[in-house]
Design a protein around this ligand. Structure first.
Ligand code: ATP
Length: 366
């Protein structure tokens, strides 16, 4: 027998309201398996059903259809505190009149654990989140980042097997958010607890996760490692939501091995290394990430090349984003490094050739 999965979501549908007021499902026949020990992220735009999926897993909501199975056990009818999970909420929801240590020990007190165990355990999880020394402070005497850590420690104290985190970093400033990404990842590795992390922030998802599920409109579009999801998006929604990309309408002109030569605009040609089952004459959508494109001086006159003019450029410290207008009404975004002195290499208005490596082009389903 293989290892048991931590979380199995099986054909879950959630419709809010009574049958009389029935609206479209917030989640529609969603299935998902999360392995023990994973840092797993639910990524999607606001309102796509991420929080609802988390609340169904925790037991705060009941499914309309389908099941939640944790470590092989069906959770139907089980209250949140009877499930091997705990949740860190977006607003930390600390008890203002309790000290840090009392906040952290709250769950264990509710479980009726002995005082000595509560103290030992609280001190341990406070050291895990690097708050040793602040045990007797009140929440209002803490910074936002420290309050966040108390919320984490409180959720970890009862030793859940799965920790659900609902946009836990969204109230922190950018620098602290970046620092906490690393700390959360370390915490997950150190504790071995399965983390299910909800965010609408693609950078957060890409930097922290073992695997990501991309949600949109109540369904899961793709599940994969960060590299999978970024490099091989299965459809237009995933390509557009995870990172920036250029979508190019094209027609397959001829097949060439596993790839194809595509026509874009009037008479430009683009080679694509892998073109799936697309057939000659078919209209397709290509996706190319801005950092995979290169801008070069215009060489010999070749009508098949992508030639354009820099419509505007946005300097961004580490590099520059160029918007390049290509004839035929196509506009492409290109990210390039700056010169050695740190200045953008190219000027607005300059005519350029856009080099598109065939390996960098993805052919998408609609
Ligand atoms: P966000 O990132 O904004 O929190 P989300 O992806 O977490 O969004 P959910 O909070 O799961 O999305 O909400 C999904 C949809 O379900 C929304 O349209 C929301 O209005 C609706 N919804 C959530 N909870 C309820 C409820 N208790 N009753 C009715 N509708 C609800």
């Amino acid at each position: 027998m293989g290892q048991q999965s931590a979380v199995e979501i099986r054909r879950l549908t959630k419709v809010f309201g009574t049958p009389a007021t029935e609206s479209t499902p917030v989640l529609n026949d969603v299935s998902l398996t999360i392995e023990d020990n994973e840092f797993f992220t639910l990524l999607g735009p606001s309102g796509c059903g991420k929080t609802t999926l988390l609340r169904l897993t925790a037991g705060f909501e009941q499914p309309t259809k389908g099941s939640v199975i944790l470590f092989g056990r069906h959770m139907e009818g089980l209250a949140p505190d009877a499930r091997p999970v705990n949740t860190v909420f977006q607003s930390y929801m600390l008890f203002p009149h309790m000290t840090v240590e009392e906040n952290v020990g709250f769950g264990l007190r509710m479980l009726g654990r002995p005082a000595a165990e509560i103290k030992r355990r609280s001190r341990h999880v406070l050291s895990l989140v690097r708050l040793t020394g602040l045990e007797n402070r009140s929440p209002h005497q803490l910074s936002g980042g420290q309050q966040q850590r108390v919320a984490l420690a409180r959720a970890l104290a009862p030793a859940p097997r799965v920790l659900l985190l609902d946009e836990p970093l969204s109230a922190l400033d950018l620098k602290l958010r970046h620092q906490m990404r690393g700390e959360l990842k370390t915490l997950q590795r150190e504790t071995g607890i399965t983390f299910v992390f909800v965010t609408h922030d693609q950078d957060e998802a890409l930097t922290m996760s073992d695997r990501i599920a991309v949600l949109g409109n109540g369904t899961i579009h793709q599940v994969g490692t960060p590299v999978d999801v970024y490099e091989n998006p299965v459809n237009r929604f995933v390509a557009g939501f995870v990172g920036e990309t250029n979508f190019i309408d094209a027609v397959i002109e001829r097949r060439s091995g596993a790839g194809a030569i595509c026509r874009i605009g009037e008479n430009c040609r683009l080679a694509v290394e892998s073109s799936g089952k697309a057939t000659v004459g078919e209209a397709v959508i290509l996706s190319v990430r801005p950092e995979k494109l290169r801008l070069e001086p215009i060489g010999q006159d070749d009508p098949e090349q992508l030639i354009g003019r820099i419509a505007n450029r946005n300097y961004g410290g580490a590099g520059t984003a160029y918007q390049v207008d290509v004839k035929g009404g196509i506009s492409l975004l290109v990210h390039e490094g700056n010169d050695v002195a740190g200045r953008p290499r190219l000027q607005e208005g300059e005519a350029v050739r856009i080099v598109v490596p065939p390996k960098a082009v993805r052919m998408l389903e609609g």
